[in-house]
Design a protein around this ligand. Structure first.
Ligand SMILES: Cc1ncc(COP(=O)(O)O)c(C=O)c1O
Length: 416
């Protein structure tokens, strides 16, 4: 469900014409629907009503501060993976007591910052990291709350680059060995063991891998209790998939019901770290056709957005719907929709059936809200694009387009 719909063949975001925004903002730009973001967050979060829970939006999927603020106002926290994300979250007004910190390579400076900020907990991913965290906390004369991210060795049945819960992946500590690690962590004077965490991958379209890993985690929590280690938080990570093309992922309510069934009766607080399912379909990337050409028997539509703006198609071969912003009675052709970057891997869509567009026509690349802007780069010295949020019949630029001056900021020619 989202609020990008055609009215008289013209694409609208909520109650405002996408073409009208493009006229003012210029292309390319990411365009978010406030109403969609809010509804998605609420639908997810409310599905867990009835049990103690905290929805920590995974801000690696989208770290724009206007987006974060919206979720914070709905009572959400965030899942972070760097000091930079912590900085953004705090600036956006997220309560540090609702921040969980994941990731395999936290630095000493990042740990210091997070301990000083008094975040809810660190999801620790190795025994060396636990020892380092204990040392940092000791130096600061504080205690750090931790969970151990366990790797349950469950196949999430997703793209290998976004699969994290198999034993060959770099994430977490083998669940079978984690009891020993917990005992070691419990003995560290400046750590307070409070949770167990687990995240098996992204863009999952079935419930069973979540349930299989949750069963393993519940088993571990019982063993920990027997060993005198009491767990308050169970962090099940993110991973629920969305429809990009023909996928049929479970609804948040179905996902929530399955998890609730497994933990009902316990006094655990369930933490969820959804990213994609909240923001993925709440945003489009708007671009303009620069040129079209036919070489051999292939048609190319060359637009002003490229793989540096939206990396997913090039990186994972991912599908994103591409729609004309003004749909007409043009005939349909099959074309590659490509950007200006000097790489054959620079494409937004391949062999796609689309209306035969011409110069200056606008396109909307759908489902671009998750791992879209956050994965964008300055490759080919292309300024990063603007981000815009529409609300009702109004819109606001929530991140300015970078300038050429921005590209050179901080650089110096050699003076030695
Ligand atoms: C630890 C952790 N939590 C949450 C997420 C968010 O996943 P998704 O966007 O699929 O919900 C990720 C993404 O890979 C992650 O690594």
């Amino acid at each position: 469900m989202h609020y990008f719909q055609y009215k008289n063949n013209e694409l609208f975001c909520e109650d405002i014409s996408v073409a009208d925004i493009a006229k003012d903002v210029k292309t390319p730009f990411y365009l978010y629907s406030h109403r969609t973001l809010k509804q998605h967050f609420k639908a997810f979060n409310d599905s867990f009503d009835g049990i103690n829970h905290l929805t920590c939006f995974s801000m690696k999927s989208n770290s724009n501060m206007a987006v974060l603020r919206l979720f914070a106002e709905e009572g959400g926290g965030v899942d972070i993976v760097s000091g930079g994300e912590l900085y953004r979250a705090i600036r956006a007004g997220v309560d540090p007591k609702k921040i969980v910190y994941s990731g395999v390579g936290k630095t000493v400076e990042e740990m210091e910052y997070a301990i000083d900020s008094d975040i809810l907990m660190f999801n620790s991913e190795s025994c060396q990291e636990l020892a380092a965290l204990n040392e940092v906390a000791k130096r600061l004369d504080k205690k750090a709350r931790v969970s151990i991210r366990v790797n349950p060795d469950v196949d999430p049945q997703t793209h290998p680059y976004i699969s994290t819960g198999l034993k060959e992946n770099k994430f977490g500590i083998d669940i079978k060995k984690s009891l020993e690690e917990y005992k070691a962590a419990a003995d560290m004077k400046n750590l307070v063991v409070t949770g167990v965490s687990c995240h098996i991958g992204s863009q999952l379209t079935k419930i069973s891998p979540f349930v299989d890993s949750l069963k393993k985690v519940m088993d571990l929590i019982n063993k920990l209790r027997d060993a005198g280690i009491v767990i308050s938080y169970l962090d099940m990570g993110g991973g629920l998939g969305i429809t990009y093309n023909e996928e049929k992922p479970p609804l948040p309510a179905e996902y929530a019901a399955a998890l609730k069934k497994e933990i009902s009766g316990s006094d655990l607080t369930l933490i969820l770290e959804p990213g994609r399912v909240i923001v993925g379909n709440a945003c489009i990337l708007v671009a303009k056709v620069l040129y079209t050409k036919t070489t051999g028997d292939k048609n190319f539509i060359i637009v002003d957005a490229a793989m540096n703006d939206l990396a997913r198609p090039s990186l994972y071969g991912s599908f994103h719907g591409v729609q004309p912003v003004r749909s007409g009675d043009r005939n349909k052709i099959k074309a590659d929709i490509v950007g200006p970057i000097c790489e054959s891997g620079d494409f937004l869509a391949k062999d796609r059936e689309i209306e035969s567009l011409g110069q200056d026509d606008l396109i909307a690349v759908m489902s671009a809200g998750a791992y879209g802007f956050t994965m964008s780069s300055n490759y080919n010295s292309r300024p990063r694009v603007a981000e815009v949020m529409a609300k009702g019949n109004q819109y606001q630029v929530i991140r300015k387009r970078e300038t050429w001056e921005d590209l050179a900021r901080g650089e110096e020619t050699l003076k030695i």
